[in-house]
Design a protein around this ligand. Structure first.
Ligand code: ADP
Ligand code: MG
Length: 140
């Protein structure tokens, strides 16, 4: 088992509904530690840069508009196999397909407003953590 770090974002639908604490409790109950956290309003350009891997996809413009629509909480989660563990806690991209008890099943509104982002692999986790945090801001 490897101790890993992953980048998590509580999306604008989560901050709008004041459920960030409920979501953070899910991470902590499942053994992930929040070792860095900041509430930010992404500019449209920052959202486009963060999601650049999806720039050819039909949903890219709507995704960036949504991520710019209100505050988000960016955070680094740490724990055993944190990357895949967080993906399991999040549930499937489409809340309608997410397993019962997952964050997206519990709180997701739609495939666009699906409440959380989580890195999908070690390389993306490293890139996404560095996008938001300096090493001195991460207190493991
Ligand atoms: P995930 O967030 O589960 O890693 P992706 O990386 O594939 O999913 O997509 C990034 C985000 O883009 C999703 O969380 C979702 O908000 C949005 N998205 C993905 N696929 C669609 C789609 N078919 N229609 C609308 N939005 C989508
Ligand atoms: Mg993804």
């Amino acid at each position: 088992m490897a101790c890993e770090r992953t980048l998590s974002i509580l999306k604008p639908d989560a901050t709008a509904r004041n459920i960030t604490g409920k979501i953070n409790a899910k991470f902590e109950e499942n053994g992930l530690r929040i070792i860095a956290q900041r509430r930010v309003r992404l500019t449209r350009a920052e959202a486009e840069c963060f999601y650049a891997v999806h720039k050819e996809r039909s949903f890219f413009a709507d995704l960036c508009t949504f991520m710019n629509s209100g505050p988000v909480v960016v955070q680094v989660l740490e724990g055993e196999n944190a990357i895949i563990k967080n993906r399991d806690i999040m549930g499937a991209t489409n809340p309608k397909e997410a397993a019962p008890g997952t964050i997206r099943a519990l709180f997701g509104l739609s495939i666009d407003q699906n409440t959380v982002h989580g890195s999908d692999a070690a390389e993306t986790a490293a890139r996404e953590i560095a996008f938001f945090f300096r090493e001195t801001e991460i207190l493991g």
